[in-house]
Structures are given as C-alpha cells and as structure tokens.
Ligand binder design. Structure first.
Ligand code: NAP
Length: 309
C-alpha cells in the first residue's frame, strides 16, 4: 500500500536520440567488420576452390580466372559498403542532417526577418501617407471652412438697401461689378430678394433660403430652409456670395469672411430694408475706390472691401 513508487528513468529525448544514433552506428560498423571477415574468408575459399579443389579450373572471363573476377567484384561490393559506412554516412549522418536543418531554419528565419522589416517599412509608408492624407483632409476641411464667404451689398450712408422689395437706385457700374465678381459662383439669397429678380441671373448657381417646405423655383435653383444648408450647398465654391437681402445679411454677418460693399454716398430715408452696421472692431477696410456721380450714376459711390479682423 505504501510501497515505493516505481521510478521511470528520465532521459530526455535528445539524449535518447543520441544513444539510438550511436547504437545504429555501432551495428553499422559491426556489419562492416563482419562483411570484411566474410570477404577475407570468402576470398581465400574462392582461391582454394579454384586452385586446390580445381572447381571451374578452365573457366575464364576475359582471360582471367573466374575467382579473380569474383574476388574483384566482391572487393568492389565491400568498398561500396565501406564508403556507405565511413564516407557517405559521415557526410550524411544525423549530425549532418541536423546541420542542414539548422541552416534551413536559419535561412527561413532570415527571410522572415527580412519580410518583417519590409512589412514595417511598408507600414511606415502607409502610416506616413495616411498622415499625409489626414493633413490633406484637414487642410481641405479647413479650406472649406475658410472659403471666402463674401457678402456683397450696396448700401446708402444710412445703410439703406431697399424699398418695396426693390433697390432704391440704379448704378450701372455697381451692377457691372456685381456681375463680374459673382460670375461663375454660388449666390445665396433670401426668398424675397430672389423674387425681386425678373429671372435667375445667368452663369451663377442660385441658392434660395425660405422657410416654405414646398417652395417652387425654376430648374437649377437650389432651395434650402436655412442659412447653414445654403452655405453647405455652396461648399464646392471657394468664394460663395451672400447677395441679400436685409434678413439674410443680418444672419450672415457673423459667418462671412469678406464684405464687398458699394457705399452709395447719399441717405435714403424712405427705405424699408437696411444693412447691419459694420463693426470696425471686427472688420478691416482693405480696399477702396471712389466714383463720382455722372450722367449714368445719380449718386457718387465707393467700392469698399472689408476683411474680418
Ligand atoms: N442693396 C443691395 O445690395 C440689396 C441686395 C439684395 C436685396 N436687397 C433688397 O433687400 C430687400 C429684400 O430683403 P428682405 O430682408 O426683405 O428679404 P430677404 O432677406 O431677401 O428674404 C427674406 C426671406 O428669406 C427667408 N428667410 C430668411 N431667413 C431665413 C431663415 N433663417 N431660414 C429660412 N428662411 C429664411 C424667408 O423666406 P420665406 O418667407 O419664404 O420663408 C424670408 O421671408 C429688397 O428690397 C431687395 O431689393 C438689396
């Protein structure tokens, strides 16, 4: 019951393999040795059989006694045996196999290491290009954000801009400037301003803001329900213009980056729509050109450009 537990010899696998290889080698050498002894005895026996016993005395091959041929053939066989045990085996024994295996494993590891390095390099390139794309994207986003949202307006000295849903003056050079500046761009306007036009202006993308959900407009005119959506609809444009009227100007003053103002040098007391006062702490005048009144222009006026400070 409490007998000693039988202990099993604990030889590790490598040692066991070495012992097996050594045993195999001993038996190989033993077999070669026996072969050698047999060869010697056999050779003597063949010589005696022929010379003493006279077996096949007259049998010759290529002028040689048959026992000479037989001994030579056996000698070759023995040499072959000797070679397999001492030469071939030496080159291709277990140690040689292990060396080959190790060399192969080392080669594979080298290749794996190389592939790892290539992968890391590639990862770095991908990460770099990813970072580049991120920068590009953020740049594009910031560009989008900082696209020059420009208010374009003509206002009297008292900031009057309209009456009865129409302009109060006709200044041909101002209209020309409006056309040239907005040409090819998105123009954002309130529904009332849009309705003050006889028809949409050519070569401009109209974005009309209305609270009406079913507002109908000619084909190509974009209808939105708030100013944010209007700006979003113009995001492909680097310089979308806010073209009025009074309500939309008020809402966009905080969002715009630039104001192209035509200051009409008269006061229009009968107006019903006004432009908000330009806060000089927030806007900086960066350009101005003045035009006197003439036969085409009833009022003197100045083109003034402001940038947000
Ligand atoms: N001197 C200039 O440079 C100049 C330039 C442009 C216009 N104007 C003049 O300005 C006058 C028109 O200005 P206005 O202030 O009366 O009208 P407006 O700004 O042109 O349009 C007002 C309309 O826009 C829509 N709207 C405004 N804010 C909105 C919001 N947050 N969300 C959705 N829709 C919104 C509403 O349309 P719904 O009612 O359809 O909901 C509102 O009735 C006219 O006399 C015009 O000639 C002058």
């Amino acid at each position: 019951m409490f007998g000693k537990k039988k202990t099993t010899p604990s030889i590790d696998q490598e040692q066991l393999a070495l012992i097996k290889a050594a045993e195999k080698r001993i038996s190989q050498k033993k077999r070669l040795y026996i072969h050698f002894v047999f060869f010697l005895i056999g050779a003597v026996f063949l010589i005696l059989a022929n010379t003493i016993l006279g077996i096949g005395k007259d049998f010759k091959i290529a002028g040689l006694d048959w026992f000479v041929i037989a001994i030579v053939l056996w000698l070759f066989l023995f040499i072959y045996h000797f070679i397999t045990v001492f030469i071939t085996h030496k080159f291709m024994d277990k140690q040689w196999e292990d060396q080959q295996r190790e060399a192969l494993v080392a080669k594979q590891q080298e290749r794996i290491e190389q592939l790892k390095q290539e992968y890391i390099k590639e990862e770095k390139v991908i990460a770099k290009s990813q970072a580049y794309n991120d920068v590009l994207e953020s740049k594009t986003t910031s560009e989008k954000k900082t696209s020059e949202l420009t208010i374009i307006v003509a206002a009297g000295e008292n900031d009057a801009i309209g009456k009865d849903n129409d302009l109060i003056w006709h200044l041909s050079d101002d209209l020309k400037r409006f056309k040239s500046l907005t040409n090819g761009h998105h123009i954002i306007m309130g529904r009332k301003t849009f309705e003050s036009f006889p028809k949409p202006l050519p070569n401009r993308t109209h974005i009309v803001i209305t609270r009406q959900s079913d507002y109908q407009a000619p084909e190509g005119v974009i209808i939105v329900n708030n100013l944010d959506d209007a700006i979003d609809a113009a995001k492909s444009d680097k310089q979308p213009f806010i073209i009025g009227g009074g309500e939309i100007y008020k809402q966009s003053m905080a969002l715009a980056n630039k104001i192209e103002l035509t200051r009409v040098h008269s006061s229009f007391e009968n107006a019903d729509t006004y432009f908000p006062e330009i806060d000089e702490t927030q806007w900086k005048e960066v350009g101005r050109s003045t035009h006197d009144a003439d036969e085409k222009h009833a009022h003197a006026f100045s083109f003034v450009t402001y940038l947000r400070t």
